[in-house]
Design a protein around this ligand. Structure first.
Ligand code: FEO
Length: 423
């Protein structure tokens, strides 16, 4: 009785809020029966409290209105109010039958508890690992109904037939994706996502994607999922036999045109192949002398016809961007000062982060600087030596405090070797 009264009070409270103009729905129709009910957070500065966001983050959620109603994933707590309002509006008084949980990371699952308060009779659908994680993240007074599914299990919702496809480690072990065979839509979880908020435009073809979003999509993929290239390749293989006309990811825009473009990018990124046949130079410089060597080298490379080079200060540009850039280029030069009988700390952090993301299959050249006990070369060689298929270029440049006129020929030789690695 008390519970019923509390529910009534809650329901009235929400009605008053909605009718009082507290927060209006903000949704878009994707197909006749599918709606976008997610929202973007523009206030967040660091995704996962690590990755810099310049333009917020989108948390996507989709609601299917078939004979049964199905919500695909929840959202981050930051956009909970808008999300609940969107779901209520699109349901239009209907009950919510299913919540498909593709991924239990809190940016998608944190609002499950709030959703269950509104729709306590919804049945959750996910993997057994997702079920276990649900119990780890939440302590429910009454356990929600949960249907555990395995590879190729299906859910018939009336006119739509949903097939669940396992995608472990894209990006957590419990991850699965869903293929709607009726509308040929793939709900792809974190895969094909990007950093950045959405702007009302929710389709990739509504943006100048390559200009506005590709760098952020790469930075998102490499840093969030990049370690799991093999698992992404397995998912791409499974997806290749499906007739897909639309991809609905959990972050960033929906793909309904030119799907081959983003699938090809994912194939490149997950196979650890480079995208750009050019040279990236990253330097760690304390007083500007290592920086000078890097800049002289970049000029010599340009004189040899190398285009589209990247030149970055490891202390100025955040590590996540540098990791993403290193994955993009075919050939990379690391130029670093020595410090405390070791390696300049920011350069060490970058190399260790690259190692953590299984960085591989690249040409690499090294420049070290040291005033009395140069140690950068040894440290960089050790870390790079623990990575797979890193081809070290022989001509190393060894600077003592500052670059000298007599060392320009060393840089010329290095520039020749580097230029020979790219077209
Ligand atoms: Fe968007 Fe791995 O969560």
């Amino acid at each position: 009785m008390l519970e019923a009264l509390l529910m009534l009070k809650k329901s009235l409270f929400r009605t008053i809020l909605c009718h009082g103009g507290f927060m209006m729905h903000c949704t878009r129709k994707i197909t006749d029966q599918l709606y976008y009910v997610g929202q973007s957070d523009r206030r967040l500065a660091l995704f996962e409290n690590v990755y810099r966001l310049d333009d917020g983050m989108a948390y996507n959620s989709y609601l299917l209105l078939d004979d049964k109603t199905v919500l695909f994933d929840c959202v981050d707590h930051a956009v909970e109010r808008q999300f609940l309002e969107n779901v209520e509006y699109v349901l239009g008084g209907r009950k919510l039958d299913y919540l498909v949980v593709h991924h239990m990371e809190p940016d998608h699952s944190e609002t499950i508890a709030a959703l269950l308060e509104e729709y306590p009779n919804v049945t959750l659908v996910g993997t057994s690992k997702a079920h276990a994680l649900l119990k780890q993240f939440f302590e429910f007074k009454k356990e929600p109904a949960f249907t555990e599914v395995k590879e190729n299990d299906t859910l018939d919702t009336g006119h739509h037939k949903l097939t669940f496809v396992m995608a472990p480690m894209v990006h957590w072990p419990e991850v699965m994706v869903t293929y709607d065979a009726t509308s040929h839509i793939l709900f792809s979880a974190d895969a094909f996502g990007t950093f950045g908020a959405l702007s009302g435009n929710i389709f990739a073809d509504e943006f100048e994607y390559e200009h506005r979003m590709l760098d952020e999509a790469r930075r998102y993929y490499i840093n969030i999922v990049g370690k799991y290239g093999m698992q992404v390749q397995m998912l791409l293989k499974k997806a290749s036999v499906l007739d897909i006309s639309m991809i609905c990811p959990l972050h960033g825009p929906i793909w309904r045109e030119n799907l081959a473009y983003i699938i090809d990018k994912y194939n490149t990124w997950s196979s650890y192949a480079s995208e750009l046949d050019s040279v990236l130079i990253v330097y760690g410089s304390i007083y500007g002398n290592t920086e000078n060597a890097a800049q002289v080298l970049s000029t010599k490379l340009a004189e040899r016809g190398v285009k589209n080079m990247g030149l970055y200060d490891v202390s100025k540009t955040d590590i996540a961007t540098l990791v993403s850039e290193a994955f993009k280029y075919k050939t990379i030069v690391f130029a670093s000062s020595s410090l405390n009988a070791g390696l300049f700390l920011n350069m060490e952090n970058l190399l260790l982060d690259l190692k953590a993301h299984f960085f591989q299959n690249r040409n690499v050249a090294l420049i070290q600087n040291g005033s009395w006990a140069p140690s950068a070369l040894k440290c960089m060689t050790e870390i790079l030596g623990s990575m797979k298929n890193i081809k070290l270029i022989e001509h190393k440049v060894d600077i003592r405090s500052s670059l000298k006129e007599s060392q320009l020929s060393d840089l010329d030789q290095l520039a020749d070797s580097l230029a020979a690695t790219v077209k």
